[in-house]
Ligand binder design. Sequence first.
Ligand SMILES: Nc1nc2c(ncn2[C@@H]2O[C@H](COP(=O)(O)OP(=O)(O)OP(=O)(O)O)[C@@H](O)[C@H]2O)c(=O)[nH]1
Ligand SMILES: [Mg+2]
Length: 346
Amino acid sequence: MRIGLVGFAGSGKTTVFNTLTGLNVPIGFGGEVHLGTVKVRDARIDKLSAMFSPKKTTFAEIVYSDIPGEHGAESKGLSGKALQQIRDQDVLALVLRDFENPALDGAPNPMKNLDAFVTECLFADLAMIERWLDKARKERKDPHDISNFEMMKATLESEKPLRSIPPNHLDRGKLTNFGFLTDRPLMVVLNRGEAEAATPMLPAMATRLEQLHAAGVVLSASVEAEIAAMEPADQRAFLEDLGLAESAASRFVRGTYALLDLISFFTVGQDEVRAWPIRRGTHAKQAAGKIHSDLERGFIRAEVIAYEHFIADGSEHAARDNGHLKVEGKDYVVQDGDILHIRFNV
Ligand SMILES: Nc1nc2c(ncn2[C@@H]2O[C@H](COP(=O)(O)OP(=O)(O)OP(=O)(O)O)[C@@H](O)[C@H]2O)c(=O)[nH]1
Ligand SMILES: [Mg+2]
């Protein structure tokens, strides 16, 4: 999963990036895109790995990109280059400055920055849709596609993001090449000053995020950076002092999984124990395709053992004897923690 940290110059993207990745790239305006890969910790994988002692243990991974804002662009908007880099991401994490930054003029105004970002994305999508519609009408394209794009246009014109259109109202499979910005899941990171690290976001901001079908997380990147540099035992005590139960990095990942409605299934064996993130509601055949396209193409059936049963039974063999191994067809809806073995033939 690719998560792009975006936002205006000086909002704290690089500081947040360091917090999330544990890296330590230098702070400074502008510069190149930074990339950082992070494993998504999952205690279930640790347990399965202990049972199989596989050659390889693979956690789900998040690749964070720190996409620099343009210096002085707080009111001027995003550059074409930034927009292009943003289109490559699965999730947008918008970092909003909510701390005093002496290098930037003016008090923080996260709501204004949020609206500026949302408006830019809206206009970028609208321009794409209008261009497509002009061409499609001339070429007399499929009326069904045209009416879909008209519906999308109307949505944007009423200042709603495309992600607000329910899945059954829009065939998103046909839209992947467009890379619409307002159809990307949006995670808003409210980057606070030290003193407000644990203060919840204002109700007005929470309401706005709901309207945008976005999720939000409050953190203070500079506090988190201090915590990250501490010994694990001190980290807990420090977090408690601040009134925080968890580090920002784990809150962020949890929030993202919830926003995307992600669950994990597992594959196990002597070679590899591995977690596979999928959207809730994914069918067995599609899930097989995450592992390899051959498994989707030649899908025959899935053998499924729920994680809890697997652990309680102690082995695949015992799970089978106890009647906990289910044989499922392509339309089976994969559940969080399912251990899958795909039978296929190509
Ligand atoms: N007080 C405070 N300062 C912060 C916080 N996060 C970042 N800063 C400071 O704000 C300045 C800008 O932070 P960066 O992380 O470089 O911001 P950026 O968004 O990456 O900036 P560009 O790369 O230019 O787009 C730095 O001086 C940081 O130390 C925070 O949570 N609290
Ligand atoms: Mg930066």
